[in-house]
Design a protein around this ligand. Sequence first.
Ligand SMILES: Cc1cc2nc3c(=O)[nH]c(=O)nc-3n(C[C@H](O)[C@H](O)[C@H](O)COP(=O)(O)O)c2cc1C
Ligand SMILES: CCCCCCC(=O)C(=O)O
Length: 387
Amino acid sequence: MTGSRPGPPHDPAESARGKLKPEHYDYFAGGAGEETALRENEDAFGRLALLPRVLRGGGDRDTRVSVLGRDWPAPLFVSPTAFHRLAHPDGEPATARAAAAAGIPLVTGVAATTAVADVVAAAREADPEAVVWFQLYLQPEREVTAELVLRAARAGCSALVVTVDSPVFGTRTRDLRNGFHDLPPGLAAENMRDLPGVPPGTTRDIAMWPAGWDDLARLRELTDLPLVLKGVLHPDDARAAVDRGVDALIVSNHGGRQLDAAPASVEALPAVAGAVAGRVPVLMDGGVRRGSDIALALALGARAVGVGRPVLWALATGGEDGVRQALTALREDFEQVLALCGGLRPQDLTADQVVPRGLPYPPYGLAAGQGAPPHLPYRLRRGERTW
Ligand SMILES: Cc1cc2nc3c(=O)[nH]c(=O)nc-3n(C[C@H](O)[C@H](O)[C@H](O)COP(=O)(O)O)c2cc1C
Ligand SMILES: CCCCCCC(=O)C(=O)O
């Protein structure tokens, strides 16, 4: 746990710390600058409470959500995180098999220590229908970006996640202190191997550079795969992205690793969801650690939420089994919270059920779905969401 909230009785980050080299633990755990955004991601959830609804009767509970034409069994996915072989020798294939076995879609990234084709193959061993998306940073050389896209498409990825919060690399305080800037011998960002302009057998550094909307338009021309923008926090950017044909958004501050002054993801979510107004699915990640965090994010307009570090901690301590168990436990925790909130389906969670913790919440006198309660600054009408 990195926020100030007490962790669960068993703290996965602490268990993982004992398994990892200190500089690798710090790379995974750390954030940018003073790590304010990192802490805030978790703390912001702690400042919100859920108002349960009562006497809503029973029926079959169904946690499925529809995202880009596929039914996901639960509103949960694995966010892209780099270098899984630093956490466990089995690396990304173990994560992929575990996520697929737990019924959770996986976003594998360009910074994986396993090539995308091998990650997708591993996921499909566990579930031939497994959903795998590929995350990339637009590269300054168009032919390099094009080759990455081609590899992801050939591998069977069903969407491209373009991370747009990284015009430059954030200041990772812990990495600077530890002098950690290279992977150990034998590990590499395998998707960057054998690219145009790179000598055969070698890898090239991943560039973080200030791409623009035109670069995104060129990517749109390169591929028919759905495009998902990751790292959107400003509602005007969200609107602009949807106007330009982006298929989904991920509200994210990159786990507090880029702009330290950025708001917590869950605090940025209502404004982005309001701006998008149901035109495309809005996903979010950052600080999600328990079922109630998932429920809060859904009530505030997310279709599904991603987890980053919890997967790394589970991989470090328990390998493939550990990841499967952690994802299954999170999924089950959400299902219980949904039931305790009086819901049968994810879309039963509505913004009027989110109130500030530590303050009497205002009497808002609105029936669920009629409009945004006055304690929320943005309109989040239930009818604006499509499921
Ligand atoms: C060690 C680490 C590596 C990451 N690598 C990437 C990456 O390569 N691409 C990316 O878009 N986001 C990356 N992220 C950000 C995650 O996708 C995600 O936004 C974040 O971890 C969510 O917050 P959480 O860790 O609190 O769940 C990384 C995060 C961590 C912790
Ligand atoms: C210069 C790119 C290195 C890989 C980036 C991984 C990442 O996004 C992170 O947060 O770390």
